[in-house]
Ligand binder design. Structure first.
Ligand code: PLP
Length: 406
């Protein structure tokens, strides 16, 4: 029977625990810098105006019904999603050696890739993550039975990329390993390789015959430019890599709860590339069918409508610039407030890092002190969600940091 010994108590998810603590706090100046969701300058969730428009179009469409989607999802959505990440003139698309499956957002896409690799990966099945990485990577890959390991990524001294360490870690992994890479706006550090560094990484991965697994949760959200944020993925595809991509539309469409995502597999160029991709596709269909049968429709309809309509697409790009622009201005504001206060340490990393998150360099002790004194909630590793800052609280937060660091 199910005794207490049979089912040990699992730890609470740290991030969702933090959210609950924030909600329970009654202090009026409390600040939430935990969760990775965009907030406007009034600390409120923001429904993208383009999403509102698409929603209106869909809801008033007399042809709308609630039938099942196909196993691979909404075709107009998945094909637009593939073009968005790979680029319209990608050799993988022109040569028909990519397959795309709609998934339960980015998490579902990472899971689909992990599950597929656990069954069919022909190399060393260990997955190498950056240290640190999105905490859920550890659980998702472990849950499908793949061994996991890490490569160095973040330099505590510069609060930037430890590029030498990263290369060493990837070089030391046995040939034919799986290397997980964040396509842009690395979570949790906000630190990305430069284009020159990506080129070096491509040479190294090719030498080692490693398999790149790109996790892309922030396209367009990091720089405000969809093509720029997809640069690394497109470069690896052009270099002829066989790879896969987990793509989330949670952040860039603000469709967190709709769970719109996509998994793409690209085979390398070669005579039997199309046969191989057909087989991979057939196996992905079995995995999808056994787990969710078919994916949820509404978020994919909204994202698909926007991505396939020239005018809506332009408006979306404008909305992306609004979100990324506000975040960049908060980075500047936080750095200049800290520098004005003469807060000990250097703060250039706040503006050097990009995307939703910043790795502040605050210690766990300082994080807890700031929570205690100022009711500011952030994860213990010193990560802050930049989207939680606004013109009304950035100075308050800077002062709290100043006090804790002194
Ligand atoms: N991958 C990374 C690196 C993330 O940061 C996230 C979200 O925080 C995801 C994947 C998946 O997010 P979702 O399942 O909400 O699309």
């Amino acid at each position: 029977s199910f005794t207490a010994e049979a089912v040990p108590q699992a730890p609470e998810d740290p991030l969702f625990g933090l959210m609950a603590a924030y909600r329970a706090d009654t202090f009026d100046k409390k600040v939430d810098l935990g969760i990775g969701a965009y907030r406007d300058d009034n600390a409120k969730p923001w429904v993208l105006p383009v999403v509102k428009r698409a929603d209106e179009i869909l809801r008033t469409d007399p042809a709308l019904n609630h039938e099942y989607l196909p196993i691979a999802g909404l075709a107009t959505f998945t094909s637009a999603a593939a073009k968005l990440i790979l680029g319209e003139s990608s050799p993988a698309l022109l040569e028909k050696r990519a397959t795309s499956f709609q998934t339960i957002s980015g998490t579902g896409a990472v899971h689909m890739g992990a599950l597929f690799l656990s069954k069919f990966f022909p190399g060393n099945p260990t997955v190498y993550f950056s240290n640190p990485t999105w905490a859920n990577h550890h659980q998702i890959f472990s849950n499908v039975g793949l061994p996991i390991a890490t490569y160095p990524y973040f330099s505590k001294s510069t609060k930037g990329l430890d590029f030498e360490g990263m290369k060493r870690g990837i070089a030391e992994a046995p040939d034919h390993s799986i290397i997980l890479l964040h396509a842009c706006a690395h979570n949790p550090t906000g630190v990305d390789p430069t284009q020159e560094q990506w080129k070096e990484l491509a040479v190294l991965l090719k030498e080692k015959s490693h398999f790149p697994f790109f996790d892309c949760a922030y396209q367009g959200f990091a720089s405000g430019d969809l093509a720029k944020d997809a640069w690394a993925v497109r470069y690896f595809v052009e270099e002829g890599f066989e790879l896969c991509i987990a793509q989330s539309f949670a952040k860039n469409f603000g469709l967190y709860g709709e769970r719109a995502g996509c998994f793409h597999f690209v085979t390398g160029p070669g005579v039997d590339a199309q046969t191989t991709i057909g087989r991979i596709s057939s196996q992905l269909a079995i995995l999808q069918r056994s787990e969710i049968s078919n994916p949820p429709a509404y978020g994919a309809r909204i994202a698909g409508l926007i991505m396939n309509d020239e005018e809506l697409f332009k408006e979306w790009e404008e909305n992306l610039r609004t979100m990324s622009g506000r975040i960049i201005s908060m980075r500047k504001a936080l750095r200049s407030k800290l520098e004005e206060l003469g807060t000990p340490g250097t703060w250039n990393h706040i503006t050097d890092q990009i995307g939703m998150f910043s790795f502040t360099g605050l210690t766990e002790k300082q994080v807890l002190q700031i929570r205690e004194d100022a009711h500011v909630y952030m994860t213990k590793n010193g990560r802050i969600s930049m989207a939680g800052l606004n013109t009304g609280n950035v100075e308050y937060f800077a002062k709290a940091v100043d006090k804790a660091v002194r």
